[in-house]
Write a protein that binds this ligand. Structure first.
Ligand SMILES: NC(=O)c1ccc[n+]([C@@H]2O[C@H](COP(=O)([O-])OP(=O)(O)OC[C@H]3O[C@@H](n4cnc5c(N)ncnc54)[C@H](OP(=O)(O)O)[C@@H]3O)[C@@H](O)[C@H]2O)c1
Length: 294
């Protein structure tokens, strides 16, 4: 089975490429092919014999999208719609990846796939519009919503930014306690997506992420301690004192019961997943020197 991956150079796309095996090959779509360009997408699909398509491409700069939403609307709304139409025309299964940011984040219970969406940012709105169009335009598509992705192989994620700050100075680092999600390694999500395709379950939305919710502060403390720093390097704060251009949903815990019921791999808790992968963060990828552990 051959799967064409859009967004192949991104955090999740790289993890998908790393997961490719003998039974499931991954073909990376060139970045020059804009997923919102119907002609370019058609040429690519017609030039390869593939069995399925994964859309891991997105505009993921949440604050930048609030300032100028047009790139997000192109990549996160027009792009998924283009892929849905193009795949439907060719009878190709499509996995479209989405986000916890489609939910408002104001309910104490975990979100299930049928719960109302009500995004609080331009990024979340652009992603929700993409999800709706994918489901409307391609009856067989799967929309996989995940949360707080990270990968040691990528530099644009929370653990990398926190590690850089821990290294750079000795002051306490303020991290918010009132923004909650499910930290999920990109490689575990990639494995789950690559299992989903041959399993071919009913179309629609699936939540796929690590179990149990964490605040950004909870996660930062675990990261700091596992890298050999004292917990008090992380200072609790809240989002009223830590301003950003875009709002984040306050509390989104994704219920993955629908995905679990498929009988595929069950993702671990976020703590188990972090500890299992923490070694990669203890090594500086540029110098291969073990750092931070005294
Ligand atoms: N990161 C998270 O914490 C998180 C959380 C929940 C859900 N998600 C979802 O997970 C998916 C993967 O996220 P990620 O973290 O892997 O994102 P990422 O690292 O930002 O990668 C996205 C990739 O898509 C490419 N891209 C952007 N616009 C494109 C376009 N119009 N046409 C083709 N390619 C385009 C980007 O290329 P350039 O860099 O060259 O623009 C980049 O290589 C996204 O759907 C995201 O919404 C992410």
């Amino acid at each position: 089975m051959e799967v064409l991956v859009f967004g192949a150079a991104g955090q999740l796309g790289s993890a998908l490429r790393a997961c490719a095996g003998e039974t499931l090959g991954v073909i990376p779509a060139p970045r020059a092919v804009d997923i919102a360009d119907r002609t370019a997408v058609a040429e690519l699909l017609d030039g390869h014999r593939v069995d399925a398509v994964i859309n891991a491409a997105a505009m993921t700069h949440v604050d930048a999208a609030e300032v100028d939403p047009m790139p997000a609307i192109r990549a996160n709304t027009a792009g998924p719609a283009t892929l849905a139409l193009s795949c439907r025309e060719r009878n190709l299964p499509l996995v479209h990846v989405s986000t916890e940011a489609v939910y408002r984040g104001d309910q104490p219970l975990a979100y299930r796939e049928g719960d109302a969406c009500d995004p609080v940012s331009a990024y979340g709105i652009s992603k929700l519009a993409g999800d709706l169009l994918v489901c409307d335009l391609h009856e067989g598509a799967w929309v996989v919503r995940t949360s707080w992705l990270y990968s040691a192989a990528s530099s644009s994620n929370f653990p990398h930014r926190l590690r850089a700050q821990l290294q750079a100075h000795t002051r306490p680092i303020p991290v918010v306690t009132d923004v909650v999600g499910n930290p999920t390694p990109a490689d575990l999500l990639a494995e789950a997506i690559l299992e989903l395709i041959p399993a071919a379950p009913a179309a629609g939305v699936y939540h796929v992420c690590c179990r149990e919710p964490a605040s950004k502060y909870d996660w930062a403390v675990v990261i700091a301690e596992s890298l050999g720093y004292p917990a008090d390097r992380i200072e609790p704060t809240d989002s009223t004192r830590y301003r950003s251009a875009a709002r984040r949903p306050a509390y989104v815990d994704l219920d993955c019961g629908r995905f679990r019921a498929l009988g595929l791999t069950v993702l671990p808790t976020w703590q188990e997943a972090w500890q299992a992968g923490a070694d990669a963060y203890r090594r500086d990828p540029t110098t291969a020197v073990v750092w931070g552990v005294t």
